[in-house]
Unconditional design. Structure first.
Length: 67
């Protein structure tokens, strides 16, 4: 069975949106680049106010807040 990837935050107006976790996951990055994705989410320092994902770097989230 093929895993369906969730939609990304289409409302994000950031020019760097293609570096955000929600975009990566919508493109299947977490499946095709598992180790790199794992590094991005290990030891999270920030949480996205939009999708609730957590990341090591704030630049990987649409609306980051410090944990």
């Amino acid at each position: 069975m093929v895993e369906k990837c969730p939609e990304h935050n289409a409302e994000c107006g950031s020019p760097q949106h293609k570096e955000h976790l929600c975009y990566f996951v919508s493109q299947g990055f977490h499946l095709s680049n598992e180790q790199e994705y794992k590094w991005m989410v290990e030891n999270p320092q920030y949480k996205c106010q939009h999708c609730r994902r957590e990341a090591r770097c704030e630049t990987n989230l649409c609306k980051p807040v410090k944990l």
